[in-house]
Design a binder for this molecule. Structure first.
Ligand code: CAA
Length: 247
């Protein structure tokens, strides 16, 4: 059975991705900061007849990442797909951004993707196959109030291209997806912080997009499913914007 590990899979894009990969036939390790945060996703997958385990893990902490991969190998019997999705925002204008705002965002996105990918490649290189999908963002192109997040998400694209150079010879495809405005708890949090009702925030975003609607977590999960599937076997080192034409 194909085994996938998805970080930040307690909610939002990670949860939709874990469920989609499970419905595609994979056993899924659902990773989030606390094991309790994974319960909803794990129950949904197991309740639908799939196979999932929940693991609490801070992706920025080496020992916790190593332990999460060990548990996945021991309990699900392998590792074929890694989705580096875990992410946080600490939006603020540069002059008000704290050291902690910067370090937290870099830690989860870049250190997290690094630690998880380094752990995953051990198994994938040995078996000469694997798929790694990293979540970047349209914010990589620059977004006011997100110096930390934009830098991290642009970093993810360079990280992806470099891993593709190093790992593709071993049968491992490495790609990234850059979502635009996707309805997730992150967007709800942003609307709340800005004091704008969510429906007004979403309507404004939809009207500004060529496609005239905002995205759903399932819009992204479908592209992950494609990238880890057989139809994408000749795609590596790419970044795909899934953003309704945002740019
Ligand atoms: N030094 C001193 N003052 C400065 C300055 C500087 N370097 N730069 C700006 N200022 C001043 C401005 O002149 C302005 O002053 P006034 O209020 O007197 O006019 C003030 O600082 C800035 O005021 P703003 O009201 O513009 O800014 P704010 O601090 O209240 O908030 C913001 C700005 C953080 C960008 C906020 O608007 C925000 O959070 N926006 C949303 C950001 C966003 O898009 N986040 C996406 C989240 S979802 C996601 O990330 C998912 C994904 O992948 C796409």
């Amino acid at each position: 059975m194909t085994v996938a590990l998805v970080t930040g899979a307690g909610r939002g894009i990670g949860a939709a991705t874990a469920k989609r990969l499970a419905s595609d036939g994979a056993a899924v390790a659902v990773i989030d900061l606390r094991e309790a945060d994974t319960a909803e996703t794990v129950d949904a997958i197991n309740g639908a007849g799939g196979r999932a385990i929940g693991i609490g893990c801070d992706v920025a902490v080496t020992d916790q990442v190593e332990a999460a991969f060990e548990r996945t190998l021991a309990e699900l019997g392998g590792l074929d797909i890694l989705v580096n999705n875990a992410g946080v925002i600490r939006d603020n204008m540069l002059f008000k951004m704290t050291d902690d705002d910067w370090d937290t965002v870099m830690g989860v996105h870049l250190r997290g993707a690094f630690l998880c990918s380094r752990a995953a490649q051990r198994t994938m290189v040995a078996q000469r196959s694997g798929k790694i999908v990293n979540l970047s963002s349209t914010s990589a192109l620059g977004n006011r109030g997100q110096a930390n997040y934009a830098a991290a998400k642009a970093g993810i694209q360079g990280f992806t291209r470099t891993l593709a150079l190093e790992l593709s010879p071993f049968g491992i495809n490495v790609n990234s997806i850059s979502p635009g405005f996707i309805i997730t708890p992150m967007i709800e949090e942003t609307a709340r912080r800005m004091g704008v009702p969510l429906d007004v925030f979403v309507k404004g975003a939809a009207e500004a997009l060529p496609i005239r609607r905002v995205g759903t977590p399932e819009d992204i999960a479908g592209v992950v499913s494609f990238l880890v599937g057989p139809d994408a076997s000749y795609i590596t080192g790419q970044n795909i914007y899934v953003d309704g034409g945002y740019r």
